[in-house]
Design a protein around this ligand. Structure first.
Ligand SMILES: O=P(O)(O)OC[C@H]1O[C@](O)(COP(=O)(O)O)[C@@H](O)[C@@H]1O
Length: 335
């Protein structure tokens, strides 16, 4: 009876290529998989277990927290903070760095995560997800500080997301390509279903929140205008549009069939004194690593995302990602 390659076996195989691997990395990714399975179960049960609706509290971003934002954050901490694989954690739902208890064993890694991405879709049964980024922890520091997390995306040792949709899928890169695993709920294992995913270089599908069009900068306006003019316009081909309002679901579609996703800087965002809508450390950088490892590209519109020097854990940035030739065209329009 063929079972397939489980996520754990896949990671163990990957680790064999690393001299002196201790199994700690495998242990960490297993902890993350356990947390995602638990969150998937709750998302799937929804009202049956009373996890929908608002939590009645705000996060550091000033956003109304959903119950599942808070619950998913707690599940991640519970799954990662006690197994000796991490030295500290940081999350969209926590103002500052999460430090382990004094007696907890410290591991070699730091993890940044968005416990539940696409919060506006939780209560309407549309795909949501969890995004994570793994960095090396500074050696010999018991309680890493915020500064120890502020590393460029190129220093990530792993990144991934789990999408909770019609099926639950974990998408992961450790710098050797991007692979997808589907959760078999019957025996609770993530099984490898798509290996070495490649994003088509070209596409005729864009994703952007067009309700913000009046606030866009000229390069973005030009790019979308040309797409909308279709085959009679300068692009000479028709484009389709998608907007799910869950970054995880948008990126998953793009990994599966190509496309370009944009959440650009606009005058409304600037007026709030922000640098973008999406967060660099636990949304843009992990997605950039995943997309680049699948042959795509990710920029701010002006710079390669993963070379940015982060200034804060909750820093916001403009995001343009997906099919390489379209991302390059958007950057060209910004130049
Ligand atoms: O509300 P909008 O403008 O459609 O923005 C949707 C975007 O905001 C997000 O929901 C932000 O993420 P969170 O839900 O984690 O805050 C993205 O997933 C999505 O791409």
């Amino acid at each position: 009876m063929y079972i397939g390659t489980t996520l754990t076996n896949f990671i163990i195989e990957t680790q064999r290529q690393f001299e002196g691997a201790t199994g700690e990395f495998t242990g960490l990714l297993n902890d993350i998989a356990v947390a995602c399975k638990k969150i998937s179960d709750l998302v799937n049960k929804g009202d049956l277990v009373g996890v929908l609706g608002t939590a009645g509290s705000e996060n550091v971003q000033g956003e109304q927290q959903k119950k599942l934002d808070v619950i998913s954050n707690d599940i991640f901490i519970e799954a990662l903070a006690h197994n000796g694989h991490v030295a500290a954690l940081a999350s969209e739902e926590m103002d500052d760095v999460y430090h382990l208890s004094d007696e907890a064993h410290r591991g070699k890694y730091l993890v940044l995560f968005d416990p539940l991405d696409g919060s506006s879709n939780i209560d309407v049964n549309v795909s949501v997800g969890t995004i994570f980024s793994v960095l090396k922890a500074p050696a010999g520091i018991k309680n890493p500080r915020k500064e120890d997390f502020l590393k460029p995306g190129t220093e990530q040792v792993a990144a991934g997301y789990c999408v909770y949709g019609p099926s639950t899928m974990m998408v992961l890169t450790t710098g050797k390509g991007t692979n997808m695993f589907t959760l078999d709920r019957d025996f609770g294992e993530f099984l490898l279903t798509h290996s070495h995913v490649q994003i088509p270089e070209d596409t005729q599908e864009f994703a952007i929140n067009t309700s913000n069009m009046r606030f866009w900068e000229p390069p973005v306006k030009r790019y979308i205008d040309e797409c909308l003019q279709g085959k009679d316009g300068p692009r000479g081909k028709d484009f389709n549009m998608r907007w799910i309002a869950s970054m995880v679901a948008e990126v998953h579609r793009i990994l599966t069939r190509g496309g370009v996703f944009m959440y650009p800087l606009d005058s409304k965002i600037k007026a709030k004194g922000q640098g973008g809508k999406l967060r660099l450390m636990y949304e843009a950088n992990p997605m950039a690593f995943i997309v680049e490892q699948a042959g795509g590209a990710c920029t701010t519109g002006r710079e390669r995302m993963m070379t940015l020097s982060p200034e804060d854990i909750h820093q916001r940035v403009p995001v343009v990602l997906g099919s390489r030739n379209e991302v390059e065209r958007v950057s060209e329009y910004h130049r």
